[in-house]
Design a protein around this ligand. Sequence first.
Ligand SMILES: NC(=O)c1ccc[n+]([C@@H]2O[C@H](COP(=O)([O-])OP(=O)(O)OC[C@H]3O[C@@H](n4cnc5c(N)ncnc54)[C@H](OP(=O)(O)O)[C@@H]3O)[C@@H](O)[C@H]2O)c1
Length: 189
Amino acid sequence: MTSFVYSTATTITGHIADQNHSLDWLFAVESTDVGIENRLDTSGALVMGRSTYEWLLAHEDVLDNPEKWLGFSGERPVFLFTTSEVKLPERSDIRVRRGDVAEVLPEIREAAGDADVWIVGGGDLAGQFSDAGALDEIELHLMPVALDGGQPVFPRRVESDRLSLIDARKAGQISWLRFAVDAPGRADA
Ligand SMILES: NC(=O)c1ccc[n+]([C@@H]2O[C@H](COP(=O)([O-])OP(=O)(O)OC[C@H]3O[C@@H](n4cnc5c(N)ncnc54)[C@H](OP(=O)(O)O)[C@@H]3O)[C@@H](O)[C@H]2O)c1
C-alpha cells in the first residue's frame, strides 16, 4: 500500500533551508553511511514545491545537463507544485500541478503504483498533504545545526495524539527519526 512520506533533513531549530534558501549548512555536516535506507529506493513518485525544484535546478545545473535530473529521480514521475512558469529538463517526467493537493492525490497514487510517495518539500507543501489526510510518515534527518531563521520543516500544529515515534537511530552526527502520522480524527476513531 502506498504511504505518503515527508522525508527531509532539518536543523535542531526546525529549518530545512536558511533565509537565502541555502543548504550549505547541511552539506557541511560530515555524512556517515550507516545503512539508513535511501528514500528513493522505496518511492514510486516524488512531490515538491517550486523553491525545492529551483534549488535542484540551480545546484545541479540540470537544464544544461538533463541527465542529472534522471540521476536524481530516475524514471519516477515528479509532481511539481507551482503557479509560476518553470523550465523543465528534457526527457524528464515532471508533472506541473497547482491548487488543492487533494484533487491531485488520485493521480499521484496511481503514478506511485505499489511504492511510496516521497514528499521532498517544502514544509508547507507537506503540511498541505497532512491537511488533506495524505501524510502517513515524517522522516527527519536531524542535523547538529542551529539556524537563526529560514524555511520551516513543518509549519502545522500537530500534537502527540497524532504523531508517534516508530524508529530512531544515530548515524554519525545525524539523528534519524521516523514518525507515523495519524490523519485528523483517526486517533479518536
Ligand atoms: N533540508 C532538506 O533536506 C530540504 C528538503 C527539501 C527542500 N529543502 C529546501 O527548503 C526550501 C523550501 O522552500 P519553501 O518553504 O519555499 O517550499 P517549496 O514547497 O519548495 O516552495 C514553495 C512554492 O511551492 C509552490 N506551491 C506550494 N504549494 C502549492 C500549491 N498547492 N499549488 C501551487 N503551488 C504550490 C509555490 O510556488 P509558486 O510561488 O510558484 O506558486 C510556493 O511558493 C527550499 O530552499 C529547498 O531547497 C531542503
